[in-house]
Design a protein around this ligand. Structure first.
Ligand SMILES: Nc1ncnc2c1ncn2[C@@H]1O[C@H](COP(=O)(O)OP(=O)(O)OP(=O)(O)O)[C@@H](O)[C@H]1O
Ligand SMILES: [Mg+2]
Length: 326
């Protein structure tokens, strides 16, 4: 697999507000990041921080309020309906809930056939059957499973079918929105390994949404940390887990303890609930829960600054940063 410097997906100042009028829900509020070809970018943050909204807006399953999403340099928001339908086969999503996302009245063959025919990918019935069998085998199921209905599968198997459906159209980019969270812990590892394996074999580029930091650490090349619709920190996975710079990231990592006594003593706990995105705090949106907040934090929105190569943080408290050890 090759990771190049050319971004496949570029999200620029993306905003998604729900509801109109004076007090919309600011679910995504000026978010920018890019994903290189072949890269898996993790998107983490607490419930309600806007992860799914970003995933859906990037794929244009939701219309953006402002900003741009570029795919291979082309603004998806400006693509015509017909052109967008063509691009859809390149841009797929795997949903969180394998139960809700498969039509219970359809056999697996019909579900996969629907995905294939929407994009005119299979010519005759012979070719179609062969492709469906191939897809099922790709995700570790068997060809004869095609005649079954979704309820005849376990949760992990159903998620494999969701993966097969996304792969049916040979996508280049996949948004995986918490693909594990509805699954038993015992089968999560299988689905993680499946995703890791397919990603290599098919050179997929992925936006992996999760609040399981262990899985993100295992699967992702870089990570974007989101809080109340804004990006707090961006870094390579190794950097982020070794040297989190933003107080929010530090708190998130502390909440998911590692067998590292040093980290444990530095741990700060996240107190209180995430504020409402209808009336986010002024200045830094994290300041109301930040143990390091000072008056100045309420005055201006901290810019996302590159503090070391590829490592960005949006916090004005640079006095807290310890000199980098080498
Ligand atoms: N259709 C909608 N209408 C109004 N508000 C919405 C809508 N969808 C999402 N929101 C709000 O936008 C914010 C972000 O929601 P989103 O689902 O993107 O969060 P998330 O990070 O995916 O959370 P979770 O981890 O629980 O899945 C939340 O405040 C949510 O209530
Ligand atoms: Mg979500």
């Amino acid at each position: 697999m090759t990771t190049t410097d050319t971004p496949l997906i570029e999200v620029r100042n993306l905003k998604k507000y729900f509801g109109s009028g004076a007090r919309p829900v600011r679910a995504v509020d000026d978010v920018s990041f890019s994903i290189r070809k072949g890269e898996t970018l993790g998107l983490v943050g607490e419930s309600g921080s806007g992860k799914s909204t970003i995933g859906r807006t990037v794929l244009r399953l939701l219309e953006r309020t402002d900003g741009a999403v570029m795919y291979r340099g082309e603004d998806l928001g400006k693509a015509s309906g017909e052109h967008m339908r063509k691009l859809r086969s390149k841009l797929q999503i795997i949903f969180q809930d394998p139960y809700a996302s498969l039509n219970p009245k359809m056999r697996i063959s019909a579900i996969l056939h629907e995905a294939l025919s929407t994009h005119g990918l299979c010519k005759g019935p012979g070719e179609r059957e062969k492709r469906i069998a191939e897809l099922l085998e790709t995700v570790g199921l068997r060809a004869e499973h095609a005649s079954r209905f979704p309820h005849e599968f376990s949760g992990g198997q159903r998620q494999r079918i969701g993966v097969a459906r996304a792969l049916a159209v040979e996508p280049e980019f996949i948004v995986a929105d918490e693909p594990l969270s509805a699954l038993d812990v015992s089968i999560q590892a299988q689905v993680i390994n499946l995703l890791a394996d397919l990603r290599e074999r098919l050179s997929l580029t992925m936006l992996f949404i999760s609040h399981d930091l262990d899985v993100v650490e295992y699967l992702c090349d870089r990570v974007v940390v989101l809080y109340l619709g804004k990006v707090m920190e961006v870094a390579t996975t190794a950097e982020l887990f070794e040297r989190p710079l933003h107080p929010y990231t530090q708190a998130l990592l502390a909440a998911s303890p590692k067998p590292d006594p040093l980290q444990a003593t530095e741990a700060i706990a996240l107190k209180g609930d995430i504020p409402s995105p209808i009336a986010p705090p002024s200045g830094c949106v994290f300041r109301t829960r930040c143990p390091h907040a000072i008056d100045a934090c309420s005055k201006t929105v901290p810019p996302l600054e590159e503090l070391s190569p590829g490592h960005f943080s949006a916090c004005i408290r640079k006095d807290l940063l310890t000199p980098q050890k080498s």
